[in-house]
Design a protein around this ligand. Structure first.
Ligand SMILES: C[S@@+](CC[C@H](N)C(=O)[O-])C[C@H]1O[C@@H](n2cnc3c(N)ncnc32)[C@H](O)[C@@H]1O
Length: 411
């Protein structure tokens, strides 16, 4: 495909998104089914352009006109010159020549945040920061390879050490119209030397502290991202029990554990309530990677930014209350409940922890860095306040994660 066809396909997908904001992956798949002639480079172009338009959807007037939003993205983000843009709209299979009015369009002053969040603290910084592309972050799986060894195997992908995580590897974002790095097809990935994991996610596991020999319950294990990192941090000692209420989400964990060489993990399926019940009051640490709005990943999933409503947020807050109450049962006296979300919104973090403490007298709030070894403390201190570790693109250069440490105080 040439530029006009690719740009027209992107505009079509975005029009469907404007009509009904569905996951962009679903809209892309629909398009791909009907466009058998599109090769992998075409798909990467269309996907990259759609995501870049969605990153600035509001300030680029996407609701008003997907053509204008696409034009502004090509001009102001992709930095294409006038002639190339004109050809991309007016050439064969193009969406049609740009009008004088479209050519004169400028971005608005609106923030690239859902309208109901415009009033939050630091809204302008968050809006700008979440509108950028994110790098690809990997975690060296120290059960199989030290970071230096993994870096050696990733040379061709321009990989370097990530700035904060001691096991982090970073590949800078691909140029606008190009495919991202094919991480999962390199031999080092197949051998389990690396996992794809945002550096912020890795840092929440660093903040869990020294867990060698500990009994850990990963209560919202999902596909196992945190489970694998916990297992590696524990160097296969102790035990990680990986549970999730949704069996389908848990399904990929078995293959991932095998590839990573993680041998201290017991997967507890939701169909095995007795196995879960047997852990009550026994865990040194319960790690709650709670369901949330996902606001912390808006750089990677800009479509979710426009699909979030006040109602959705309320639903997630209810789930967080429920999940914290359920998870608390498994913490042993003196043990830790680590409450983590990939959201920067206080409603989903500080407010949920405060509400939990009001309901659960046996628990108290500990400092986010309490009990950490000096090197972990030094790494995380710049992003911590009294109550929480707050990672974010605008502070740590990672996805946004909030971590709050709760401790069971009764004996
Ligand atoms: C943020 S995701 C977890 C991601 C995962 N920890 C990772 O690192 O890849 C949240 C998970 O919480 C699970 N969940 C939601 N409500 C739950 C509940 N009441 N009990 C256990 N898991 C729950 C969801 O099924 C979802 O997989």
């Amino acid at each position: 495909m040439r530029d006009p066809g690719r740009v027209a396909a992107s505009i079509d997908i975005l029009k469907r998104f404007a009509e009904r904001p569905m996951p962009i992956s679903v809209l892309m798949k629909d398009w791909e089914r009907g466009a058998r002639y599109a090769g992998s480079k075409d798909r990467a172009f269309v996907r990259g352009l759609c995501l870049d338009v969605l990153r600035r959807w509001r300030s680029f007037r996407g609701e008003e006109s997907t053509r204008i939003a696409t034009f502004l993205t090509l001009r102001d983000v992709w930095r294409w010159d006038e002639a190339r843009i004109a050809e991309a709209f007016s050439g064969e299979h193009g969406d049609g020549p740009l009008t004088e009015e479209e050519l004169g369009a400028q971005a608005s002053d609106a923030l690239d945040l859902p309208a109901f969040l415009e009033g939050i603290e630091d809204a302008a910084v968050i809006s700008e920061s979440m509108a950028t592309r994110a790098p690809v972050d990997l975690r060296a799986n120290t059960l199989k390879a030290a970071r230096e060894k993994a870096l050696g195997a990733l040379k061709t992908l321009r990989a370097g050490a990530a700035p904060h995580s001691p096991v982090g590897i970073r590949i800078p974002p691909a140029p606008a119209a190009e495919k991202g790095p094919g991480v999962t097809v390199i031999p080092a990935f197949g051998k389990g030397w690396v996992e794809v994991q945002d550096e912020g996610s890795q840092l929440t596991v660093l903040a869990a502290g020294d867990l060698k020999g500990a009994q850990v319950l990963d209560f919202c294990a999902g596909g196992g991202g945190k489970t694998l990192a916990l297992s590696a941090a524990m160097n296969n000692s102790g035990q990680v029990h990986a549970y999730d209420v949704d069996a389908r989400r848990l399904a990929p964990i078995h293959e991932r554990l095998r590839r990573a060489g993680a041998r201290n993990v017991q997967v507890v399926a939701p169909s095995e309530p007795d196995r879960l019940a047997a852990l009550e009051g026994k865990m040194d640490l319960v790690f709650v990677d709670a369901p949330c709005s996902g606001s912390g990943t808006w750089r990677r999933h800009p479509d979710t930014k426009w699909r979030l409503s006040e109602e959705h947020l309320q639903t997630r807050m209810g789930e967080q209350d429920e999940v914290l109450d359920q998870a608390a049962r498994y913490v042993k006296p003196g043990g830790t409940l680590l409450f983590v979300t990939c959201s920067f919104l206080r409603e989903e973090n500080d407010q949920r922890a405060e509400a939990f403490l009001a309901r659960n007298e046996a628990f108290g709030m500990a400092g986010p860095l309490d009990g950490l070894a000096d090197d972990a403390r030094e790494t995380l201190a710049p992003f911590a306040d009294e109550k929480a570790l707050r990672l974010a693109p605008w502070t740590s250069g990672t996805d946004a994660f909030t971590l709050i440490r709760l401790r069971r105080n009764d004996r």
